[in-house]
Design a binder for this molecule. Structure first.
Ligand SMILES: NC(=O)c1ccc[n+]([C@@H]2O[C@H](COP(=O)([O-])OP(=O)(O)OC[C@H]3O[C@@H](n4cnc5c(N)ncnc54)[C@H](O)[C@@H]3O)[C@@H](O)[C@H]2O)c1
Ligand SMILES: O=c1ccn([C@@H]2O[C@H](COP(=O)(O)OP(=O)(O)O[C@H]3O[C@H](CO)[C@@H](O)[C@H](O)[C@H]3O)[C@@H](O)[C@H]2O)c(=O)[nH]1
Length: 328
């Protein structure tokens, strides 16, 4: 039996594929390579194509004996989603509908879903737990919440069991040095800060220093990408053992401000890293910090690389050895 990983050539997906291969799993990957990279796929069978292409996706299910799906494929940029909401509804919501329909057709009844802290919006309290209010402040989070709800209704009607993993901010790279973060264009804080350290960018823009936080900049919970990958394996195991559907936050429980991320990066890289205060970015909540107690209790998951300094060091190793990402 094989695990189908959608978006498995992308940043987090490629780390999950690596973790599945390490476990001896048979892996099938579907990616349209919009953001993904062939070289990020360390093994398994890669199908290049789009989830919204029913003939293509139907063939993938026909040709392989799939017993579970891990669904990463989506557009996931907060800023872009505020400028082009249609793109997010089309790819994320409609794409997930196409996937669920093919799963139903093929009789596949397990899905692990990449959800996000962005489903909560501006939290009423931190750390956030899974029972807290979901009121997204951006289109991206709204589409992810719609995807979660859609999956739940497919459970009610068709028995598709799910584990929805609401990740906080992924960062870092694989210990092997072979895979890491390479988005074009890059919009995430940690890789952008490291590009300044590499001399590829003049400075880092700090989006707003007038938030109600200690230093005025947004606070996020950074979690190592390989810790996220491990959680997917545990979630799949839960479903294979007949466990109930569930939603879990995945974060370290520690919050760091944008200014703190820059400061830690200065220490790790030894470079001065010039920063400039810019206006706020639309759709950004001030503080997102996870309570991952439920994942710890029920999945037996715990992050192994919790310190921001270690996460940034791991990202720095990748960016230094791959200054142009996967490009040869
Ligand atoms: N990066 C983060 O901090 C973060 C945090 C929370 C949740 N997430 C979620 O995790 C998932 C992966 O994030 P990532 O940072 O690895 O993103 P990514 O863009 O690197 O990976 C997504 C992959 O999906 C592929 N894809 C997109 N649409 C597709 C389609 N219609 N058909 C086939 N392939 C398609 C892309 O080519 C890409 O390789 C996303 O669903 C994202 O919403 C990411
Ligand atoms: O050049 C930059 C880029 C980012 N930021 C700030 O840094 C923080 C983190 O931003 P970013 O790295 O873009 O991540 P988020 O917007 O927090 O979103 C990430 O984390 C979410 C979960 O919290 C996921 O759902 C998203 O997919 C993922 O992109 C935010 O406060 C941004 O405003 C800057 O100040 N300058």
């Amino acid at each position: 039996m094989a695990v189908l990983v959608t978006g498995g050539a992308g940043y987090i997906g490629s780390h999950a594929v690596a973790a599945l291969l390490e476990k001896g799993e048979e892996v099938v990957i579907v990616d349209n390579l919009y953001q993904g990279h062939r070289d990020a796929v360390l093994g398994g069978k890669l199908y290049e194509g789009d989830l919204r292409d029913a003939d293509f996706l139907g063939k993938v299910f026909q040709e392989n004996d799939i017993d579970g799906v891990i669904h990463f494929a989506a557009n996931s940029l907060v800023g872009e989603s505020m400028k082009d909401p249609g793109k997010y509804y089309h790819n994320n919501v409609y794409g997930t509908l196409c996937l669920l329909e093919q799963m139903q057709k093929a009789g596949v009844s397990r899905i692990v879903f990449s959800s996000t802290a962005a489903t909560y919006g501006e939290p009423e309290r931190v750390p956030i737990d899974e029972y807290d209010r979901t009121l997204p402040t951006n289109t991206y989070g709204e589409t992810k919440l719609a995807m979660e709800k859609m999956i739940r209704w497919f459970e009610v009607a068709h028995g598709i069991k799910f584990v929805s993993l609401r990740y906080f901010n992924a960062a870092g790279a694989h210990a092997s040095g072979r895979i890491g973060e390479d988005h074009q264009p890059e919009t995430h804080l940690v890789p952008l800060v490291l590009q300044v350290a590499l001399g590829q960018r003049e400075q880092i823009s700090v989006f707003g220093d007038d938030y109600a936080t200690e230093d005025g900049t947004c606070i996020r919970d950074y979690i190592h990408v390989s810790d996220l990958a491990d959680a997917h394996i545990l979630a799949l195991e839960r479903l294979r053992k007949g466990g109930e559907s569930a939603i879990y936050n995945l974060g370290s429980g520690n919050g760091y401000s944008v200014k703190q991320v820059i400061e830690v990066s200065r220490k790790v890289t030894g470079h001065s890293i010039s920063a400039k205060i810019e206006p706020r970015r639309a759709g950004d909540p001030a503080v997102l910090i996870a309570s991952s107690q439920r994942a710890r209790n029920e999945l037996g998951w715990s992050p192994k690389r919790e310190k921001l300094e270690d996460i940034v060091t791991s990202a720095w190793d990748w960016h230094r050895s791959h200054p142009n990402g996967y490009e040869k």
